[in-house]
Design a protein around this ligand. Structure first.
Ligand code: 3HC
Length: 294
């Protein structure tokens, strides 16, 4: 059965991006947050993004209005139940995610596909808590969701082949480029990206070079759009620290172990762009300045 209606749980950075992309691709989309203020904040962010696309001439005003009309915000979990696919992008904590799926499952039709946007938690552990592990996949989007073309579509040993194919086709219908992966922490991208980011912190810790020189080296020497320390600030140090710990726990390999400097920054609340300070100070967001750390 082809996917026609979409629900998204969570309207934060990732959830709002996913909801925006789904609505723009023509899917009636319900997006849920836990309170009215968060629903409003998420939808306002999407409206701002859509307006920017119109201003740039990438989107026609009528297309913006049609996409907005396809989007419905809610705080009620039951409003998510009518969809053919539910994409979960709530807080990155296994207990919270399992609780969400347990609450939602009995309200949904048997055909509904469940998908988690998790970047590192076990899809299998979530799937088995639903009673429909054969209809459970990972759909991992990248930040900023409207811009990044990739979606990692992941399966467990219990996922039906037809469901995996349907989720893959759905990502294509969103205008994304899906890749297939299996349920191992970090999938493809974070498996390669996280050790690289952690090595950049180690290089800084060991005095190899300054923040700016490490970033410029990878930007100008390797053509990366952002240097690794800027990217850490963009993703959020708390998020990377959390993912790295999960990967270290799974693989027991030193390359996934978060370096002490990253831990100290997380403890200090210096989580990057969203907290105004990370490897750079964002007091003037258009002109970030490297901070003195050591
Ligand atoms: N939302 C929507 N659009 C955005 C955006 C956002 N948050 N940020 C930038 N854009 C758009 C801009 O409007 C612009 O569009 P245009 O080309 O049509 O004018 C385009 O993206 C480029 O933006 P800018 O010119 O302002 O700046 P850059 O050229 O530096 O691009 C970037 C910004 C796309 C974020 C680029 O720096 C980049 O690709 N950085 C790397 C991002 C990355 O690696 N993401 C993955 C993180 S890992 C992850 O998400 C996994 C998780 O599990 C941790």
């Amino acid at each position: 059965m082809a996917i026609e209606k979409v629900s998204v749980a969570g309207c934060g950075l990732m959830g709002s991006g996913i909801a925006q992309v789904c609505a723009l691709a023509g899917f009636p989309t319900v997006v849920r947050e836990v309170n009215d203020a968060l629903v409003e904040k998420g939808l306002k962010g999407i409206e701002k993004n859509l307006d920017r696309l119109v201003e740039k001439g990438t989107l026609r005003a009528a297309e913006r209005d049609a996409a907005r009309a396809r989007l419905k915000g809610t705080t009620k979990i039951e409003d998510l139940a009518g969809a053919d696919i539910v994409i979960e992008a709530i807080i990155e904590q296994l207990a919270a995610k399992r609780e969400f799926w347990r609450e939602l499952e009995p309200r949904c039709g048997r055909h509904t596909i469940f998908a988690s946007n998790t970047s590192s938690l076990s899809i299998t552990e979530m799937a088995v808590s639903t009673g429909r592990p054969q209809r459970f996949v990972g759909l991992h989007f990248f930040n900023p969701v409207p811009v990044m073309k990739l979606v990692e579509v992941t399966r467990t040993i219990a996922t039906d082949d037809a469901v995996f194919d349907e989720a893959h086709a759905f990502a294509q219908r969103l205008g994304k480029v899906p890749v297939r992966a299996t349920d191992r922490p970090g999938f493809i991208v974070n498996r390669l990206l996280v050790p690289f980011l952690l090595d950049a912190v180690r290089a800084l810790e060991e005095g190899v070079a300054s923040i700016e020189d490490i970033d410029n080296s990878m930007k100008l020497g390797c053509g990366h759009p952002m240097g690794p320390l800027t990217l850490l600030d963009f993703v959020g140090h708390d998020t990377t620290y959390y993912i790295a710990n999960i990967m270290f726990e799974e693989f027991k390999e030193k390359r996934f172990a978060p370096p002490p400097l990253l831990k100290r920054m997380v403890l200090a609340g210096w989580n990057g762009r969203k907290s105004g300070r990370g490897f750079y100070d964002y007091s003037d967001p258009k002109n970030p300045k490297p901070v003195k750390l050591l």
